[in-house]
Design a protein around this ligand. Sequence first.
Ligand code: ARG
Ligand code: ZN
Length: 872
Amino acid sequence: MKQEKIYLRDYKAPSFSVESINLDFNLNEDFCRVIAKSNITKKEAAELRLNGEELKLVSIKINDKVLTSQDYQITGEELIIPQVPEKFILEIETELEPQKNTSLEGLYKSNGIFCTQCEAQGFRKITYFFDRPDIMTSYSVTIEADKKKYPVLLSNGDRVRIDDLGNGRHKAFWSDPHKKPCYLFALVAGDLGVIRDNFVTKSGRKVNLEVYAAHGKQERCWHAMDSLKKSMKWDEDTFNLEYDLNDYMIVAIDDFNAGAMENKGLNVFNSRLVLADSNSATDVDFHAIESVVAHEYFHNWTGNRVTLRDWFQLSLKEGLTVFRDQEFSADMTDRGVQRIEDVDALRVGQFAEDAGPNAHPVRPESCMAVDNFFTMTIYEKGSEVIRMMQTIVGRKGFRKGMDEYFKRHDGQAVTTDDFAAAISEPNGKDFTQFKRWYHQSGTPVVNVNESYDSSKSEYTLTLEQHCPPTPNQPTKEPFHLPLMMELLSKNGQELKLECDKIETNSDGKHLIELKEAKETYVFKNLNERPVLSILRQFSAPVNLKWQASQDDLYFLMEKDTDSFNRREMAQKIGLGVLRQLIDQARNKKDLVIDQRYLAAMSAIIRDEKMDHGFKAKMLQLPSHSVLAQEEAVLDTESFHTARTTLKKAIAKENRQQLLEIYQKFHGVEPKSRDTKAFGHRSLKNSALSYLAELHDPEVLEVVNKQYWGAQNMTDRMTAMMILADSESVHRDKALHNFYEEWKNDAVVMNKWFTAQATTSRKQTLEDVKTLTKHPAFNITNPNNVYSLLRAFGANLVRFHDPKTDAYEFYADKIIEVDAKNPQVAARLCSAFNFVQKLEPAMKEKALKQIRRMVGIEALSKNSRELLQSALA
Ligand code: ARG
Ligand code: ZN
């Protein structure tokens, strides 16, 4: 099969405009009939080409005249009408089978509920239309369905009315006053429970808020509701952005490919990101719900009011909206801890993506499957690009730029260039070089060199940057890098910076704007050698190569005035220690623990003054995925040996103190969800996970007691995960109990799958295989696939176990999922991204499976695109 690529350079403005569209849905059990009536204007000589896939065409009319088959052509992907008048009404009737739609894009059914997912290109599975974001139009929608089975009928915008048709059916009328691209269209029909509240905007508009979920589950929607109200307030306070409709609806759906979708006025959510109470959801779940509800709400301005010209611009809305939700979370919780979490996620996911076969720029130039664009690079690196803009112009300057962006582009479909211009121009900045962040892929490396001349009282800093080659980009131009920095005195004070190349942004932060491949900075009047604190708050998404002395690193870990950097230094030192241990393990030597590191970690454990949430972050050891990026060879068994040996040594040294931490905080305010309680729990559970490394029966008793006595899901889940990863006598009983307790709860069951898929036990693969046949596992449910299979693929120790056939099993599952749901299958493929780092025998094993998958004629273009790059 020939797979076509699409290119950004082929973009052409549309030849038609659509003034309005009316969509009429008639929903039945075995088919759905759609009549789409659009008002179209031809702007230049052109044939009419509409996108449409897997549709059954019933009829086409132009200005009420029925077309015959000579008047048009249908390919697998398009409807082409060569001759159309200048202005016309196009009426197309199609028939769909939503009940058979397993791809979960377009119109489909989940647990008896009709719902839609149109982004990126699902609308073409509903009717023939211009399925491109630069065609924005006004929507009116009618939905007719059985009244008993589908009492709730929803679409975008304002409710006009609902008619009882008398024959057991009813019909709802909706009208959206805002023009939008079709990817933001949504429909929901079903029998749903609902909770209601309202929000009064700053100009006095009363907005009705509704969160819908399966009957009986609606009481678990209050946290989502609360998060929505906080988001609405925050966007008014921070960016002066107000909501623009009378209703805002969120619907929780069990079968959903992604996290959530920002359809105008009618967000559709994966139920795992809506449903939560302290019995069923962990602190991490609560936090994720708050941030995703905010994310989708923020899209109303960054995405919906101002939308995309084409899909290559996806980061225009996603990078910006992630940035906005990260800032919101920072304001709602603890800014320092939030930044640590966001950078950890970036490093684990996006840096790995940038180093792998599917690296791509934040604004890509080409692709096979548009749905493959929903990546960490577009989202998380995209957010870092926006954050750097804010760092360069300062918060005030950034707000000025955002105001300008909405002033210029409200109601338009625009590009990342338009955004960059709106931020830079009002601030008198030139972003020409900065925009390389949009088209160059890869993670830049910054080398740091320092020297101090006591005779001149001068400190000299030399910075060099380069970026490793990535697919299609062998060489790169230098990036414009904002590096936040300070120089610290011996006792940790920030010193006065006397260097004319240092900028101070509008927030008063000191900044190096590195633009050349190599630059030198001389700081004067320093009577003693200062200690450098650079890349504060991780002000640019780069890999810093800095051969600092151990003394400086330990000093910064203890004293840096930037809390992010203290934790960063702890990670950097920890990484060095782990890499030594890995080397010893690989060479079959005795593993020798670095005593200075051990002492420093012990000091942190014993520090009574440190904030608890921050302390938990300080105690975290670098993950296997971070090790995988640093090490030349992916020998995960030695990663595991190194990490557990180190953890055990720390636990052994501090057994008593860790138990004290545990006892001090266990059971304190178990139902509280404020940031402080979250911090206590995260600290005492990390103490527990250290202690568990000792494998002593006394500790496992504590874990077991926590499982059975838990008063919230955070504690229960932590205990279950520790037991699941142990050979404890308590293991099976706890897992069995969890199953019995939650077997009827689709969202919570995913935790049970993940706990078993992520263990380091040798039989994990066999367990996963068995679980795929478990009655609770449904391969058509994306959450099940992610929580069991994808979690296993990310379990580096067991996925890359040379003694198993994990690759073959995993490939079988990709093939099986791909036939039903290409988007979900594609998300499994990244497990093979490390192929180039495998030892020869393992590499051959992996490549064999990749070749087998790519050799399948019917493999989707989504999976194909991601897999074949690993063969290049
Ligand atoms: N726009 C949605 C969001 O806010 C994500 C939709 C994902 N769609 C997809 N095809 N993967 O992030
Ligand atoms: Zn988004």
